[in-house]
Design a protein around this ligand. Structure first.
Ligand SMILES: NC(=O)C1=CN([C@@H]2O[C@H](COP(=O)(O)OP(=O)(O)OC[C@H]3O[C@@H](n4cnc5c(N)ncnc54)[C@H](O)[C@@H]3O)[C@@H](O)[C@H]2O)C=CC1
Ligand SMILES: C[C@@H](CO)CCC[C@@H](C)[C@H]1CC[C@H]2[C@@H]3[C@H](O)CC4=CC(=O)CC[C@]4(C)[C@H]3CC[C@]12C
Length: 410
C-alpha cells in the first residue's frame, strides 16, 4: 500500500484518463486494438484491471464499506486511492491483494490536495463530509467541508479529465423540513417542500446541487463530466457509532432504553453494505448509461423494515440484551422539546469553556420525530440495483458487530 500526503503516485500499470487518446475517454490505452465496449467482456480477466478509483472519505463509516466493496466487486480495478483527513490502520491489511491501494492523507477543503489525488483517476466517489447535527463544528466549517470540498472535487475532475463522479448526498437534502411535514414512503419525484435552517442539511443540499449542475461540463480533453448523487436514509451496520452509543447507554441504564419517540413515526434506514454496493454499481454503470443516469439523484434503499428510529435500533440492541421500556413515549413531547432546547442553550453558554454536544437537541428531536421513509425502484430501473444483503443478513451482521464490542467494521 502506498502512503501519500496530499498527492498520488506509483500507479503501476494503471493508465490515467488523460493519456488515453480514446474518443470516449475510456481506459483502453493498454488494451491495444480493443474498443471500450469490448473491454466489458474481459471484465474478469487480469488484463482488464485498468481503472483507477478515488474514494474521498474512504476511512469513514460508509467510506470503509465502499472501499472494501470496490475491492470485492470491481474486477476492472487497478488502483484504489483512499483519501481521508484521518487514515485508518485497517488500510494496511489491504496491501496484500492484487489491487494497489494508495492511502492519501488529505483535506477536501484544500483544492491542491484534492487535485493531486484526482490526477489520473477515472472515477471519483465523493463520500467525505462533515456529518454533524450535534453542534460539534461551526456552520462555517460544515459549509467549507461539505460545499467547498465538493466544489474542489468537481474542479479537480474538470482539470484532470476525470469523467465520472458519484456524490454521497443524503435524505436530509429533502427533509424532514423545518415544518416537520411527513414524507411517507416517497420517491425521487414526490413533491415535498425542502426548506432547511440547519447547517448540515443545507450544506448537503448545496453540495448536491453543485454536483448535479456539473453534469455535462467539459473536462480536460473536451469530454463531458457525468455525475450523479445518492441519497441514503439513516445508514446502519458495522461501524455505526451512534448505534454503539445507544448500546453503551442502555448498558449503563441496567439493560434498558427509554422510549422517547412514538412507535408510529417511521424513520428510513438502509444497511451500509447495500449503500456501498449502490455506490459501486452506480460508478460502474455511469460509464455505460451516461445519458440516462447523468445528473440524476437516487435514494438508497433496501428491504430494511419501516419502523421508528428506536424500534429499528431494538432489532439489533434487543438481541444484545437491551429492552426498550414503554409502548408509548415515557416523556411528553413538550418536555422532550424543553430538554432539547435546554441542551441547545447549554451548548451555547458552555461553548467558551467546553464542547457540550449531546445527542438530543431540537434538530435531532425533529428528525427522529418526523416520518421520513422512501419507497422507490428508480435505482433498479436505471442501473439494475438490487440489495446485495437481505434484511436478515444485514441484521445478523449488525448484531454480530454490536456484540463483538470492537470498533472495527470487520
Ligand atoms: N451516516 C448516515 O446515516 C448518513 C451519511 N450520509 C453521508 O455519507 C457520507 C459519509 O458519512 P459517514 O460515513 O456516516 O460519516 P463519517 O464521519 O464516518 O465519514 C466521513 C469521512 O469523511 C472524512 N472527512 C471529513 N472531513 C474531511 C475533510 N475535510 N477532508 C477529507 N476527509 C474528510 C472523515 O475523516 C471521515 O472519515 C457523508 O457525506 C454523509 O453526509 C448520508 C446519509 C446518511
Ligand atoms: C430523540 C432521541 C431519543 O432516543 C433520539 C435521537 C436520535 C438522533 C440522534 C438520530 C435520529 C435520526 C438520525 C439522523 C437520520 O438518520 C438522518 C441522517 C442523515 C444523514 O445524512 C446524517 C446523519 C443523520 C442526520 C442521522 C443523525 C442522528 C439522528 C438525528
Amino acid at each position: 500500500m502506498g502512503q501519500e500526503g496530499g498527492g498520488a503516485s506509483g500507479r503501476g500499470l494503471c493508465h490515467g484518463p488523460a493519456g488515453l487518446g480514446d474518443e470516449d475517454g475510456l481506459p483502453v490505452a493498454s488494451l491495444g486494438v480493443l474498443g471500450p465496449w469490448q473491454q466489458q467482456g474481459m471484465a474478469d480477466s487480469a488484463q482488464a484491471q485498468k481503472l483507477v478509483y478515488l474514494v474521498t472519505g474512504g476511512c469513514g463509516f460508509l467510506g470503509e464499506h465502499v472501499v472494501r466493496m470496490l475491492l470485492q466487486q470491481e474486477p476492472r480495478l487497478c488502483e484504489l486511492r483512499v483519501f481521508d483527513l484521518h487514515l485508518g490502520p485497517w488500510l494496511e491489511e489491504l496491501e496484500t491483494g492484487p489491487v494497489q491501494v494508495t492511502a492519501i492523507q488529505g483535506d477536501v477543503t484544500q483544492a491542491h490536495e484534492v487535485a493531486a489525488a484526482v490526477a489520473g483517476a477515472h472515477v471519483v466517489i465523493h463520500t467525505a463530509g462533515l456529518v454533524d447535527v450535534f453542534g460539534r463544528a461551526s456552520p462555517e466549517t460544515i459549509h467549507e467541508v461539505n460545499v467547498q470540498g465538493t466544489q474542489n472535487v468537481i474542479e479537480a475532475c474538470v482539470q484532470n479529465g476525470t469523467r465520472f463522479l458519484v456524490y454521497t448526498s443524503s435524505m436530509e437534502v429533502v427533509g424532514p423540513n423545518i415544518k416537520g411535514q411527513p414524507f411517507y414512503r416517497g420517491n425521487e419525484n414526490t413533491p415535498y417542500e425542502a426548506a432547511h435552517r440547519h447547517p448540515y442539511p443545507r450544506s448537503k443540499a448545496l453540495a448536491e446541487r453543485l454536483v448535479l449542475e456539473a453534469n455535462g461540463r467539459k473536462v480536460r480533453g473536451g469530454l463531458p463530466l457525468v455525475t450523479c448523487a445518492l441519497r441514503p436514509t439513516g445508514i446502519y451496520g458495522e461501524g455505526h457509532q451512534i448505534m454503539k452509543d445507544f448500546y453503551h447507554q442502555g448498558l449503563r441504564l441496567g439493560g434498558r432504553l427509554l422510549r422517547a419517540i412514538p412507535a408510529s413515526v417511521e424513520h428510513g434506514r438502509v444497511y451500509v453494505g447495500n449503500v456501498a454496493w449502490m455506490h459501486v454499481l452506480v460508478a460502474r454503470e455511469l460509464e455505460h448509461r451516461a445519458p440516462l443516469m447523468g445528473g440524476q439523484v437516487y435514494f438508497c434503499y433496501d428491504n430494511s423494515p419501516y419502523k421508528s428510529y428506536e424500534d429499528f435500533n431494538m432489532e439489533f440492541l434487543g438481541p444484545c440484551g437491551l429492552r426498550l421500556v414503554g409502548s408509548r413515549p415515557l416523556l411528553p413531547y413538550w418536555l422532550l422539546l424543553f430538554l432539547a432546547t435546554l441542551n441547545a442553550l447549554l451548548q451555547w453558554l458552555l461553548r467558551p469553556l467546553l464542547l457540550y454536544a449531546p445527542l438530543l437537541n431540537p434538530y435531532t428531536l425533529a428528525v427522529a420525530n418526523t416520518t421520513f421513509t422512501v419507497s422507490t425502484d428508480k435505482a433498479l430501473r436505471h442501473f439494475g440495483y438490487e440489495p446485495l444483503f437481505s434484511w436478515e443478513e444485514s441484521r445478523a451482521r449488525t448484531i454480530r458487530w454490536v456484540q463483538a464490542g470492537e470498533d472495527s467494521t470487520q
